[in-house]
Design a protein around this ligand. Structure first.
Ligand code: HMG
Ligand code: MG
Length: 315
C-alpha cells in the first residue's frame, strides 16, 4: 500500500491534440480544458508556443491562453496551466500573450515546459538541433523565465528506445535530466515517448537515476505512453521507486507528430483508478473524468483508449 498525494499533470489538450489529423476547433479545446479543471485536475498543459509550420495543431495556443487567463476557474483554486516553449521565440510569445490580459505572467499561475531528448535522432527531428545545442538554446530561455517569476518544467524524450537511434543508454538520460535541472527546471518529466518501456527497462532506469545518480525522486515525473499497453504497470514501478508526479491524458489521447506510430499517454481515467487502488490520493473526480473522456472521444470521432473509461461508461 502507498500513501500521500500524487500530482497528476493532464497533458491531453497538448500531447493529445497535437497529434489529431483534423483541426480541433479552439472552442472544443477550451471546453476540454475547463471541464478537466472542474474535475479536480489542477495541473493542465494547455498548448504549445512552437512553430506553427512544425505543429499546426497548436497554432491557436495564443487564443486559448487569452481565454484561460481572462476566465480563471472559480473552483478548484490553484490551477496551473502550462505551455511548451522550444526556444526564446516561444517564451517571448508566452510572455506577450500572458501580459495582454492585464495580469503579468508571474502573477498568474502559468508555467512553461522545455523539451529535450535523450537520443540525437529524435532531437534533430523534433526540435531541429542536437542535444547539446538544445541545452544551450534553453539556457537563456530558462534564465529569462525565472527572472520573470515563471516556473520551468523539463522533459526528456525517448528514455528507453528511439525509433531512429535504437536503445537509449540510461547514462544519456541521466545527463539530459541533470542538464535540465542544472538549467533551473524544478522537475523533469521522463518521456517514454513511444511506449516501449517495460517494468524491466523502466525499473532499471528510474532506480539508476534515483539511487546511482542521486537525482531526488521528487524532481522526477513519469510520462508514459501506452503504445504497448505497459503504461500502468510502468507507473507502478515509478511509484515504487518514489516518483509522485504522473503525466496522463484523458481518454488516452495523443502521440507525437515526430515519433511515428506512437500512441497516446496513459489514460487519466486508468491512472486515477489505479492510484486509488494503491491507496494514494489524487483529489480527482473519476466519474467526471470518465464523462469527459467519453465526450471528447465522440467529439473527435475516435475510440476511447481508456479501459477504465470504457468499462465505467458501460455501467
Ligand atoms: P526551426 O525551423 O529550426 O526554427 O525549428 P527557426 O528558428 O529556423 O524558425 C523557422 C520558422 O518558425 C520561422 O518562421 C520562425 O519565426 C518560426 P518563418 O520565418 O519561416 O516564417 N518559429 C516560431 N514560431 C512560433 N513560435 C515559435 C517559433 N520558433 C520558430 N516558438 C523549432 C525549430 C524548435 C522552432 C521547431 O522544430 C519546433 O517548433 N518544434 C516543436 C516540435 C513539437 O512541438 N513537438 C511536439 C512536442 S514534444 C513531445 O510531444 C514529447 C513530449 O510529450 C514528451 C514525450 O512524450 O517524450 C513532451
Ligand atoms: Mg508525450
Amino acid at each position: 500500500k502507498h500513501s500521500g498525494v500524487v500530482k497528476i499533470v493532464e497533458v491531453g489538450a497538448r500531447d493529445g491534440l497535437q497529434n489529431e489529423k483534423g483541426v480541433v476547433p479552439t472552442n472544443t479545446k477550451i471546453e476540454l480544458i475547463e471541464r478537466l479543471s472542474s474535475a479536480g485536475l489542477i495541473h493542465i498543459e494547455a498548448g504549445s508556443f512552437v512553430s506553427p509550420s512544425w505543429v499546426p495543431q497548436m497554432a491557436d495556443t495564443p487564443e486559448i491562453m487569452k481565454h484561460l487567463r481572462s476566465n480563471p476557474p472559480a473552483a478548484p483554486t490553484g490551477v496551473t496551466y502550462s505551455y511548451l516553449t522550444p526556444n526564446m521565440k516561444g517564451l517571448t510569445n508566452f510572455i506577450h500573450y500572458s501580459s495582454n490580459t492585464g495580469v503579468s505572467a508571474s502573477e498568474h499561475a502559468s508555467e512553461i515546459a522545455i523539451f529535450g531528448s535523450a537520443s540525437e535522432g529524435f532531437s534533430q527531428r523534433n526540435i531541429n538541433c542536437s542535444i547539446a545545442e538544445s541545452l544551450e538554446r534553453y539556457r537563456p530561455v530558462v534564465q529569462k523565465a525565472l527572472e520573470n517569476g515563471i516556473r520551468v518544467r523539463g522533459y526528456v524524450s525517448m528514455i528507453i528506445e528511439c525509433p531512429y537511434d535504437g536503445p537509449t543508454s540510461p547514462v544519456k538520460v541521466a545527463e539530459v535530466v541533470e542538464g535540465l535541472l542544472d538549467l533551473g527546471c524544478y522537475e523533469v518529466s521522463l518521456g517514454d515517448t513511444n511506449g516501449v518501456g517495460t517494468p524491466g527497462t523502466i525499473g532499471t532506469l528510474v532506480n539508476y537515476l534515483i539511487k546511482d545518480r542521486g537525482i531526488p525522486a521528487e524532481k522526477l515525473a513519469a510520462h508514459f505512453h501506452d503504445t504497448y499497453g505497459q503504461a500502468i504497470v510502468n507507473c507502478l514501478v515509478a511509484l515504487e521507486a518514489g516518483i509522485r508526479t504522473f503525466d496522463s491524458s484523458v481518454a488516452g489521447l495523443g502521440g507525437c507528430p515526430y515519433s511515428k506510430g506512437a500512441t497516446g499517454n496513459v489514460a487519466t481515467e486508468d491512472l486515477v483508478y489505479f492510484l486509488k487502488g494503491t491507496g494514494v490520493k489524487t483529489n480527482v473526480d473519476l466519474d467526471k473524468i470518465v464523462e469527459i473522456g467519453d465526450w471528447i472521444s465522440k467529439k473527435l470521432g475516435r475510440k476511447n483508449e481508456s479501459k477504465v473509461g470504457t468499462a465505467l461508461m458501460a455501467h
